[in-house]
Design a protein around this ligand. Sequence first.
Ligand code: SF4
Length: 298
Amino acid sequence: MMDLEQKSIKRIKLASEMSLQHYGKPLVCTYSGGKDSDVMLELFKRSGVPFEVHNSHTTVDAPPTVYHIRKRFGELEDMGIKAAIEMPKYKGKRVSMWTLIPQKGMPPSRLMRYCCQILKETGCANRFIGTGVRWDESTARTERQAYETISKVKADKITATDEIMLMNDNLEKRKMTEHCMQKNKMVVNPIIDWEHRDIWEYIRSERIEYNPLYDHGYSRVGCIGCPMASKGRWKQFADFPTYQRAYIRAFDKMLEYLQVNCKKNPPRWKNGYEVFLWWMEDKNIEGQMDLIEDGFIQ
Ligand code: SF4
């Protein structure tokens, strides 16, 4: 455990040095309100490096998560650490999941996770950031490479054992790397090799305060209704019914949009509730969602 902690702190220190050198700004600890974020934040604090904290307000986090984030950020500010919550924007305007769905004309799905880009992966352009990505939670583990050099110039300075990687997992690694470089965002994943039990052991042994949802039957916390949560969404909506109503209202508005804009091939649902039921059937898993048949594309 100590080894893991020290290894992660070493990664943070190295990334911090590079951030200060390359950008002239401190490393940013991204924070979502989940257990991995709390562990990473603790490691940032223990590393002794200067850092800032950033949270993307997704607009679909459960209230206990939002309160947990606010509480944490209040504490950080009291410690003199800059902690910012960023509100999402789309086409220059403030947006939420409920206003985004009608604009996109379809519910978010496993294949169409448009909301992540707009609501979750906001901010931190031209910065070096830390994320709580871990191999044992990544669906693309086999395709991931643990460490990546950052650029030709930087490559000279990074040895094979240095432990930096870009936010470029998965099959499109090369493309993502280039995209990151264009946006000049660099990423370190300090806890990439921590396993689920390491996270909990550390939280318990170091008495780290965590999101109360974990004590209420949640093994993961995140956006309520996220299509990636599959069956877990039923519990989420049972616990937070106002979110269900908000999705249904958003689907109603989405249908209004489709009725006006897809006259030739109007959607087959009568109302937002019907869309909700279809969406919750979890047919929209990979390979099964048919955008034409299901009335989203003409
Ligand atoms: S609902 Fe899921 S896919 Fe959408 S922003 Fe949240 S995590 Fe990403």
